[in-house]
Write a protein that binds this ligand. Structure first.
Ligand code: ADP
Ligand code: ZN
Ligand code: ZN
Length: 751
């Protein structure tokens, strides 16, 4: 037999190796193996086992590597599919199925050594005969006779002795040691407070019935019946409508069938509170895969899943590759979130791969959101997914009233009205007086968008990110740290005290950032406790949790923040949400700009009025008549979809067509353009008439860190051939070392 093995060399190639007889029974696809390669040896993964090879005289596999359990075969299939679909090399895709901690082989299973006496009578006899002469040894034996077995540290403590005495007893054969596997526990010390299922509301009941029907259908054996019916449910439920309770009851059904569940949540929502809701219902059947686990914990969580010791895992994007073998359900919460798309190779969207994995493994998929992505909603309208809707909040809470403030008028009427409108100031004062809480949202960190000299007009810009004089990239000014930072490349420099051009000290800071809002708020609302929450202040997960706790306990009156505060948080005392400048995301050069604005406004507004008291939202904007703002004001997703889908239809943008973006990057612009030309010549034959091409042009961020960036966009319904050609040439066309080319299929980030 012959094993096809991938080795991590980015060659996009599997190598054939003979399986030696002694390993024939052991080797399976998904296994890690040691193979000879050139003059050395390497680790690789078996992707397939075949009977024949095109190559004569193959080398033999040296050994299997048992540092981790094999990747389950159906999951390997997903890896192969991703390599093709997302146009990356085979090894990139396969390797991304494993957490780094598992793949590295550096983390080892953790063992504890336990001790017991080899034989009770011999031990007693030894104590009788030698107890006086050898007190230390006798004490150990006595202790073990009492406790039966103890770990090394326990034994040393209880017998008041040292490791060397124990070792001597082992050598004498009086004590035996036994190594046993133990698991690192990310939940260590945290208690589970069990909860019981809530009685579903009428709407939840309807949704659950739809979901159960899909679940039951997955067990049908007739492939023909199954193919026709969707296996994916889009759960469109307004914020606070009880989507999580629906997930929990669906999981219960899956558990009853002896199957497993993956729950994906965006990284930013993966807080202990989120995991707690699942643990409260399912206790130790829940495992967790998130970025603040130690390598050891991650290794053990992964192993528990692979062994089937847990039935549910809750995690961010890559938890989709949890090595369950009997998967019944995948839940993707906040399915519209961009963070499900990985922005490095493989550039997969976990939501879409979830649908694919569900299909291949006969598992039901639930996509949940208050603001579904257009892609998912389109699929639901076209009956590819089943649409399930929760229109009302569970606690009879009303949706918060959204009041739109036209900032152009505000500015005309009120000379100081640049940042805080009068309405907003009054409303905040009102809440402060009645001891309620306020959230202020702005999607831009830092103090100001720019640092500008009033005398000569100089603007501080990032030198490595400006393509030419006409395309400057201005630094964001951070007052707290007195720095200028480039939000394109991450460069940070000390802020100028004076203008570097004319030495003037008259500096302006136009444009809004959360830091400026914080400073202004502290000035206007004297005595209020104000705190800011963005990636500048929340540098650790623990800080984030502490701040949320403080807020929950009422120790903060006004919480100011970026997207970080927009997600799924539940604060009953928040009765006012201020959206400082809703236009921030409206005018980016992206066909999804309106959609993103609608989602953001809805998410942020959803934080208001989650308790007894009715919530209010004040939304400040310079575009009060933009459909995204108008529809968000009315909480009307359907109306917004109908409005915006027309534009997509006219311009052939997703979901009306597939979108592939090819990115080209290089330091030398003429050389880069030359390469693009060669590349496009190869691709030309694969372009059908119905494919729309936006020829290579500078990306909106046209230079970052000294590298010029170009992109080509392809849109069309039938792009499979094109995709294959792009994949082939991007991976295999000869290019000079300092040029990068990569393909982004179903692209989301258009920068
Ligand atoms: P969503 O995820 O849709 O925003 P949640 O699942 O967080 O909503 O539910 C909002 C609140 O309603 C939670 O406090 C939850 O415990 C409660 N809840 C959900 N379903 C029910 C129910 N059937 N009966 C009573 N309370 C419920
Ligand atoms: Zn100047
Ligand atoms: Zn830069």
């Amino acid at each position: 037999m012959i094993a096809q093995v991938i080795i991590n060399l980015s060659l996009d190639k599997a190598f054939d190796y003979e399986i030696p007889e002694k390993l024939e029974k052991q080797i399976l696809p998904g296994m890690k193996v040691l193979v000879p390669f050139g003059r050395s040896t390497r680790d690789g993964y078996v992707v397939d086992i075949v009977a024949e090879s095109d190559f004569p005289s193959l080398k033999e596999i040296i050994d299997v590597n048992t540092s981790h359990l094999p990747i389950p075969v159906p999951l390997m299939e997903i890896g192969k599919w991703m390599a093709e679909y997302y146009c990356c090399s085979k090894e990139k895709a396969i390797i991304s199925l494993l957490p780094g901690a598992v793949r590295s082989g550096k983390v080892k299973t953790k063992f504890f050594t336990y001790y017991k006496v080899s034989d009770n009578d011999t031990a007693k006899k030894y104590i009788e005969e030698n107890g006086k002469r050898n007190k230390a040894k006798a004490r150990v034996l006595q202790t073990l006779l009492h406790y039966l077995e103890l770990s090394s540290t326990q034994l040393q403590k209880h017998a008041d002795t040292s490791k060397s005495v124990i070792n001597l007893l082992v050598k004498d054969g009086l004590v035996v040691e036994e190594k046993r596997e133990v698991q690192r526990d990310p939940f260590e010390g945290s208690q589970i407070i069990k909860d019981t299922p809530l009685k579903p509301t009428e709407e939840q009941l309807v949704a659950l019935e739809q979901i159960y029907e899909v679940i039951d259908r997955q067990n049908e054996t007739c492939d023909l019946c199954k193919k026709k019916e969707p296996h994916t449910v889009l759960l469109h439920g307004v914020t606070g409508s009880g989507k999580t309770e629906v997930y929990l009851q669906a999981i219960t059904k899956i558990l009853e069938q002896g199957k497993e569940t993956i729950v994906l949540v965006p990284e930013i929502s993966l807080t202990p509170q989120t995991v707690q809701r699942f643990r409260a219902r399912f206790g130790n059947l829940v495992s967790v895969l998130h970025s603040s686990l130690s390598d050891g914990e991650r290794f053990d969580e992964w192993t528990k899943i692979a062994k089937g010791e847990v039935k549910i895992t809750v995690g961010a994007r890559s938890a989709l590759f949890a090595p369950f073998k009997n998967l019944g359900l995948i839940i993707v919460d906040e399915e519209h979130e961009n963070s499900y798309k990985q922005d490095e190779s493989p550039r997969y969207n976990a939501r879409d791969v979830a649908v694919m994995r569900g299909y291949k493994e006969k598992a039901t998929v639930i996509l949940g959101s208050a603001t579904p992505s257009f892609e998912s909603y389109y699929n639901a309208l076209n009956k590819k997914y089943i649409l399930s809707t929760l229109k009302t909040r569970v606690d009879d809470g009303f949706m918060p009233k959204i009041k739109v403030i036209d900032m152009k008028q505000e500015r005309a009427l009120n000379s100081e009205g640049g940042v805080f409108s009068k309405e907003l100031i009054y409303a905040i004062r009102d809440r402060l007086a009645s001891r309620e809480q306020v959230i202020l949202f702005l999607n831009k960190r830092g103090f100001a968008k720019q640092m500008q000299c009033e005398e000569c007009g100089f603007i501080a810009t990032c030198a490595t990110c400006a393509r030419d004089e006409d395309h400057p990239v201005s630094f964001t000014y951070h007052r707290e740290r007195e720095t200028l930072s480039c939000h394109s490349c991450g460069l940070i420099i000390a802020a100028y005290a004076n203008c570097p051009e004319c030495q003037s000290s008259k500096i302006r800071y136009p444009g809004l950032g959360t830091e400026k809002i914080e400073r202004l708020a502290k000035g206007i609302f004297q005595g209020a406790r104000v705190k800011r929450m963005d990636s500048d202040t929340m540098t650790k997960m623990s800080l984030y949790e502490d701040t949320l706790d403080e807020f929950k306990q009422g120790k903060i009156d006004i919480l100011i923040g970026t997207q970080m505060i927009a997600k799924g948080l539940h604060f009953p005392k928040v009765t006012l949400v201020g959206i400082m400048y809703a236009d921030m995301s409206l005018f980016s050069p992206d066909f999804r700009a309106w959609e993103k604005t609608f989602q953001l406004v809805t998410q942020v507004a959803g934080r208001a009025g989650r308790g007894e008291i009715k919530g209010e939202v004040i939304l400040q904007t310079y575009s009060p008549y933009n459909p995204a703002i108008l529809c968000a004001k009315e909480h009307d997703f359907e109306a917004f979809y109908e409005e915006d889908i027309e534009v997509r239809e006219q311009l052939l943008y997703p979901p009306m067509a597939r979108l592939i973006v090819v990115h080209f990057r290089g330091e030398n612009e003429p050389q880069l353009l030359q390469f693009i030309e060669t590349f496009n010549k190869q691709i030309a034959p694969y372009l059908n008439d119905d494919i729309m091409v936006s020829p290579a042009s500078p990306s909106p961020n046209s230079k970052i860190k000294g590298k010029f960036r170009y992109m080509t966009m392809y849109r069309g319904e039938n792009i499979t051939n094109l995709r294959q050609a792009l994949r082939h040439y991007a991976l295999h066309l000869k290019k000079s070392k300092n040029i990068d080319v990569y393909i982004d299929v179903d692209a989301i980030n258009l920068m």
